[in-house]
Design a protein around this ligand. Structure first.
Ligand code: GLN
Length: 225
């Protein structure tokens, strides 16, 4: 079965091209019923408020939540990570919905505005162990979120060093989480679809469906602060 790529807004074409490079067919998803024809789903980066409004308009949230709940592999990149988080902070947005399922809190624009976008060489031992290649991954961060809190079932795959101001931390240098996995959910704060290193796409293709059940409590609290 093909991989679905949510195609409301953002870098869905780039994900489909990245999948093609590893010989996988990606199909654009714009309607709830199209999710029935795919075995896994990528939620791309873009602008999460716009994407949430479009998802609401097309009544996609119930089907997206169901897809995650069924344990099918789902990968969120950047705005897609924000979508999958149980909680998002960092900007008043009027309470757009999130898909949720990933037991974490994301800060929507942790690294600042567009002009503070950057690239970083990230050590990702898990990726190198399963996919081979260099021990690190050249990650592109665009107006990127970061994961500021994780639950016990979340596995941290990558972190990036940041300089925090004195008020934020006694330490001048600290690490923030930018890639995680929890059962069937993979989430990255950066954009692997914008690089030619296709190891994250290959890694995602190896993820198998799980039976994880999302509690009613966690799936009903998916709103921005
Ligand atoms: N920070 C952005 C948001 O809130 C996401 C940026 C991205 O996907 N490149 O939507």
């Amino acid at each position: 079965m093909a991989v679905g790529v949510l195609a409301l807004q953002g870098s869905f074409n780039e994900h489909i091209a990245a999948l093609r490079r590893i010989g996988v067919k990606g199909v654009e998803i714009r309607k709830a019923e199209q999710l029935e024809n795919v075995s896994s789903l990528i939620i791309p980066g873009g602008e999460s408020t716009t994407m949430a409004k479009l998802a609401e308009l097309h009544n996609l949230f119930p089907a997206l939540r169901e897809f995650v709940k069924m344990g099918k592999p789902v990968w969120g990149t950047c705005a897609g990570l924000i979508f999958l988080a149980d909680k998002a902070t960092g900007q008043k947005t009027g309470g757009q919905e999130l898909v949720g399922g990933l037991d974490c809190t994301v800060h929507r624009n942790f690294f600042g505005s567009q002009i503070q976008s950057f690239e970083a060489e990230l050590p990702v031992p898990e990726l190198a162990a399963t996919e081979g290649g260099p021990p690190s991954f050249r990650a592109v961060f665009i107006r990127a979120p970061a994961i500021v809190e994780v639950g016990p079932s979340v596995e941290v795959l990558a972190s990036v060093s940041v300089q925090l101001s004195k008020e934020e931390s006694a330490e001048s240098d600290s690490k923030v989480i930018v890639a995680v996995k929890q059962g069937n959910i993979l989430a990255t704060a950066f954009h692997p679809e914008l690089t030619i290193d296709s190891r994250w796409h290959s890694y995602f293709m190896k993820m198998s469906p799980t039976n994880n059940e999302i509690t009613a409590a966690s799936s009903s609290s998916n709103y921005y602060d």
